[in-house]
Design a protein. Structure first.
Lengths: 328, 424
C-alpha cells in the first residue's frame, strides 16, 4: 500500500474496515470482550509451557519480524519465544536509532521487510506513534504489535499485568490498583490504566511527585496522589514503575535517594496497603530506587510470574491477530 | 488589456460597498463601477452573474521553500496554489534554506518572483541571524534588497536583551516586525498542545502559558522601542488578551490567527494525525471559541493560512519527526466561509480579515475595489460546493487535514494588476 492511499483521522487504526482487531497498538479503545479473549487464550497457553513439548502449529509458515529500535531484553526475548512456540519463523532486527537517523526511514525499513513477504511486525521504537504509522501504511497486509512506542503505549505489558492481577489477586472489578512512580513518562502506566478501566477496575490511583504525576493525569480516569501513605491506603495491587535516570537531568527530581525516601517501596510502606497486596514491576528494576530488594524478592512480589505470563499473553496476541488475518 | 465584468456583486471591505454592478478594468486599475463610461471598450467581457468580487487576499505567512530543494514545493508551485486561492499578495517567510538573512537570498527571491508574475511577492528579512535570536541581521541592507518586514517565522527570540536591541534597530527603518511569541524553555521539545490528549498520546506538549508569557514579554519590550509588531499566528485567549490590552494603551501591536486554529482543535490530532501538527499547536475547544470571539470583536484583525507545504516524504515520518505545518492556501476562502456559515462573523468581515487586516499589519496600501484602486481581485462563486482532494491541489504540499471536507466558495478568477492569473 503506498503512502498516499491511506487517510488520517478515520478512527482507531488497530481495527480493519470490518471492525476486527487487526493490529495491537494500544489498549486504549479495545473492547472488553477482545481483552477478555486475549486473557482467556493466554490461560490456555500458560498450560502449554508446562508440557514437555511446548510448541503448537498455530503460526506454521508465518514469519514474524521483531523490529526493535530500542534496547530490550525481556520484551524482545518473550516475543521471540512466543512466536517460536507458535511455530512461526522469527527474524530479529535490532536497529540502533543512531544509525536509523543517519539513513533509512522507519517506513523504508518496513517496506524492505515487506518485500520479503513477512506476515507480522513486533515493533519497539523510541517515538510515540511509530507503530501506528506502520500499521496505517500496511493496512491489512501484515499484523503489527506495538512493543513500546516512546512514552505512549506498551499494550502487551499491560495485558500481562492485568492477566497477573486477574490470576493472582482475583477479579479486577473488586480491586483497587495503585501505579507508583514516573507515570508521566511511562508507556506501561498509560496502557495499564486503559486496560484496567476497560476491565472495570473500580479505582485506579497514580502516586508520585507532581513533576512526574501531574494533576492532568486525572483526564485518564485515575485518582492522583502525591503522598505514598495516603495513596496506598486500601490498595490491593501495587504496580511500581521504572525510574529513568534522565529524570534527574531534566530537573524533575533532585536525586534518586530523595525519590526513594518519598516513594520507594519498602517492606514498612507495604504495610500501608491491604494485607497481602500484590507488587508488580515491569522491569528492569532499579533496586533501592523505586523498589527495595526486600520487596522485589519478597512474598508479595509477583515480578517473575509476570515474565512467565508475558510469554503466554504474547502467544495469545499473535494467535488472535493472525486469526483475524484469515489464516486460521 | 481592458476588461469588463458584468453583473457582479462587488464586496469591498475597504469602503463597505456591497452591490451588484459592472466593473471596468484598464491598465491594471479599476476605472469604473456602473455606470461604465460609454466609450469604454473591452477585449474581454466576463459574466459575473452569481459571483462575488472582493479585494485579493493578503497572506502574511507564506512558506514557498525558495531557496530550497524543491521537493516540498517551490515559488512556482506555491504561488500557483496562492492565486488558485484568490490570494494576490504574499509575504514570504524567512525560514527558507538558506534563510533569508542576507540580501543575496532576497535578491534571488525577487528575481524568481518577478519572472513568475503570479501573486505579488513581498519579501521579509530574518529579524535575527539564522532566526536564532542571538545576533542582529543587516536589516538596513535587507530593506534595501526589498524587505518590507522582518520576521522570526516560528522561532521566538530567547534573549529579552537582544529582542530589545533588534526592535530598536528595526524601528529606525520603519518596517513592521512579525514575532512568534512563545517562551522557548516552557515549550521545548513540544510537538502538540499540552493537555488531555498529549497526556494520552505520551507526546511532549507545549503549554498555552508559554504563548501567553512570550507574547506578554514581547509586547512589554516592544513598548520600549516603539517598533510596530505583529503576531501572525496566535492560538490562545490569554495571548490575544495581551494584544487587546496593548492596543487599548495605544501601542502599535496587531495579531492574526491561522484559519486552522479557528476550525480545528487538539482533538484533530486523534491517533497521531501528522496533518494536524502545526505551530503553534491546535488548542482546546475553549481556546478555539475564544479566538472566534476575538475575531468578532475585532481584536484579531487578520486570518492567515500559515501556508507551510510538505511533500510526500513527510507522510512516512513519525509525529515527533515530522515538521510542523499545513498547506491549504488554495482553500483559504472556502475554509473561512465556514466561519460565516457557523455564524462567527459575516461575509464582509471575513473578506476584510483576509485582505484589509493583513495589509494593515504589513503596512501595505489598503486593498480596495474603489475606482482608481489597483485591480487585485478575487472573484468567487459562493454557491459552488466541492470536496477537497489533497492529491489534486496545486501546492506540492500534501499536508492538510481537510481531505474530503465539503466546502463552498470556489475561486473562479484571480486578477493581479488587472491580469487574470487564475481561472477556475
Amino acid at each position: 500500500m503506498s503512502a498516499t492511499t491511506f487517510r488520517f483521522g478515520e478512527g482507531n487504526p488497530q481495527y480493519d474496515a470490518q471492525g476486527r482487531l487487526r493490529h495491537l497498538l494500544s489498549t486504549e479503545g479495545l473492547r472488553e470482550r477482545e481483552l477478555l479473549q486475549i486473557l482467556d487464550a493466554a490461560e490456555s497457553f500458560l498450560s502449554i509451557a508446562h508440557r514437555s513439548v511446548k510448541k503448537t502449529p498455530t503460526l506454521r509458515g508465518r514469519t514474524i519480524v521483531n523490529l526493535f529500535f530500542e534496547n530490550s531484553t525481556r520484551t524482545r526475548s518473550t516475543f521471540e519465544l512466543a512466536a517460536k512456540r507458535l511455530s512461526a519463523d522469527v527474524l530479529n532486527i535490532a536497529v540502533s536509532t543512531s544509525s536509523a537517523s543517519k539513513g533509512e526511514s522507519l517506513m523504508d525499513t518496513v517496506n524492505n521487510l515487506m518485500a520479503m513477504q513477512v506476515d507480522g511486525f513486533v515493533i519497539r521504537h523510541p517515538e510515540a506513534g511509530a507503530a501506528h504509522l506502520v500499521a496505517r501504511h500496511l493496512g491489512d497486509s501484515a499484523l503489527v504489535v506495538n512493543a513500546g512506542d516512546g512514552q505512549h503505549a506498551h499494550p502487551t505489558q499491560a495485558l500481562l499485568d492485568v492477566f497477573t492481577i486477574r490470576r493472582l489477586a482475583g477479579p479486577i472489578e473488586d480491586r483497587v490498583v495503585a501505579i507508583v512512580g514516573d507515570v508521566l513518562h511511562s508507556r506501561v502506566a498509560r496502557s495499564q490504566i486503559h486496560a484496567l478501566s476497560i476491565l472495570g477496575c473500580p479505582e485506579i490511583r497514580v502516586i508520585g511527585p507532581r513533576t512526574l504525576v501531574p494533576e492532568e493525569l486525572s483526564a485518564l480516569g485515575v485518582h492522583v496522589y502525591h503522598d505514598l501513605q495516603a495513596g496506598l491506603r486500601g490498595v490491593d495491587v501495587i504496580c511500581a514503575l521504572r525510574l529513568q535516570r534522565e529524570r534527574m537531568e531534566s530537573h524533575r527530581l533532585p536525586s534518586l535517594d530523595e525519590f526513594h525516601r518519598r516513594f520507594g517501596l519498602t517492606p514498612e510502606r507495604l504495610q500501608w496497603a491491604e494485607p497481602g497486596a500484590l507488587v508488580l514491576h515491569p522491569g528492569p528494576m532499579n533496586r533501592g530506587v523505586e523498589i527495595a530488594s526486600e520487596v522485589a524478592d519478597g512474598a508479595q512480589s509477583v515480578i517473575l510470574q509476570q515474565v512467565a505470563h508475558g510469554l503466554a499473553v504474547r502467544m495469545a496476541v499473535l494467535t488472535i491477530l493472525a486469526g483475524a488475518a484469515g489464516g486460521e | 488589456m481592458h476588461r469588463i465584468i458584468r453583473n457582479i456583486r462587488v464586496m469591498d471591505p475597504g469602503d463597505g460597498f456591497d452591490a451588484v454592478t459592472d466593473l471596468a478594468i484598464a491598465d491594471g486599475r479599476i476605472v469604473a463601477r456602473r455606470p461604465l463610461p460609454t466609450d469604454f471598450t473591452a477585449e474581454e467581457v466576463l459574466d459575473g452573474s452569481g459571483l462575488i468580487a472582493c479585494p485579493g487576499f493578503v497572506e502574511t505567512s507564506f512558506q514557498a521553500h525558495t531557496p530550497g530543494h524543491g521537493r516540498d514545493g517551490d515559488l512556482a508551485s506555491e504561488l500557483c496554489a496562492a492565486v488558485a486561492g484568490g490570494v494576490t499578495q504574499v509575504l514570504l517567510r524567512p525560514d527558507t534554506q538558506p534563510m533569508a538573512d542576507t540580501p543575496a537570498v532576497l535578491q534571488e527571491q525577487r528575481v524568481l518572483a518577478d519572472r513568475l508574475a503570479l501573486a505579488k511577492v513581498h519579501l521579509s528579512g530574518a529579524f535575527t541571524s539564522q532566526l536564532q535570536g542571538a545576533a542582529l541581521t543587516e536589516m538596513a541592507s535587507l530593506a534595501e534588497a526589498g524587505a518590507i518586514a522582518f520576521g522570526q517565522a516560528k522561532e521566538p527570540v530567547p534573549s529579552a536583551a537582544l529582542l530589545r536591541l533588534a526592535l530598536s534597530y528595526a524601528a529606525d527603518l520603519g518596517l513592521p516586525v512579525l514575532l512568534h511569541g512563545e517562551e522557548p524553555e516552557l515549550a521545548a521539545h513540544g510537538v502538540m498542545h499540552e493537555g488531555r490528549l498529549s497526556i494520552r498520546l505520551g507526546l511532549t506538549g507545549r503549554p498555552a502559558a508559554a504563548e501567553q508569557i512570550g507574547v506578554q514579554r514581547d509586547i512589554a519590550i516592544a513598548a520600549l522601542s516603539d517598533c510596530p509588531i505583529h503576531f501572525p499566528h496566535l492560538s490562545t485567549a490569554a495571548a490575544v488578551a495581551e494584544v487587546a490590552a496593548a492596543r487599548q494603551r495605544g501601542e502599535p501591536v496587531t495579531c492574526g490567527v491561522s484559519i486552522h486554529h479557528l476550525l480545528l482543535t487538539e482533538q484533530d490530532v486523534g491517533f497521531f494525525n501528522l496533518h494536524a501538527k502545526i505551530l503553534p499547536p491546535l488548542r482546546s475547544t475553549a481556546e478555539r471559541d475564544a479566538l472566534r470571539h476575538a475575531l468578532a470583536t475585532g481584536v484579531i484583525t487578520a486570518i492567515s493560512s500559515d501556508h507551510s507545504p510538505w511533500g510526500v516524504d513527510r507522510e512516512g515520518m513519525t509525529f515527533t519527526q515530522a515538521p510542523f505545518g499545513i498547506a491549504a492556501v488554495e482553500w483559504l476562502l472556502p475554509l473561512a466561509l465556514r466561519l460565516v456559515d457557523e455564524g462567527v462573523v459575516d461575509l464582509m468581515t471575513v473578506l476584510s480579515l483576509l485582505s484589509v487586516g493583513p495589509a494593515q499589519a504589513l503596512n501595505l496600501p489598503a486593498p480596495s475595489l474603489a475606482v482608481g484602486a489597483t485591480a487585485d481581485l478575487c472573484i468567487f462563486d459562493p454557491e459552488s460546493y466541492f470536496t477537497v482532494e489533497p492529491a489534486r491541489q496545486w501546492s506540492r504540499g500534501r499536508n492538510l487535514p481537510y481531505g474530503q471536507w465539503e466546502l463552498r466558495g470556489r475561486v473562479r478568477y484571480t486578477l493581479v494588476e488587472g491580469r487574470v492569473v487564475f481561472r477556475g
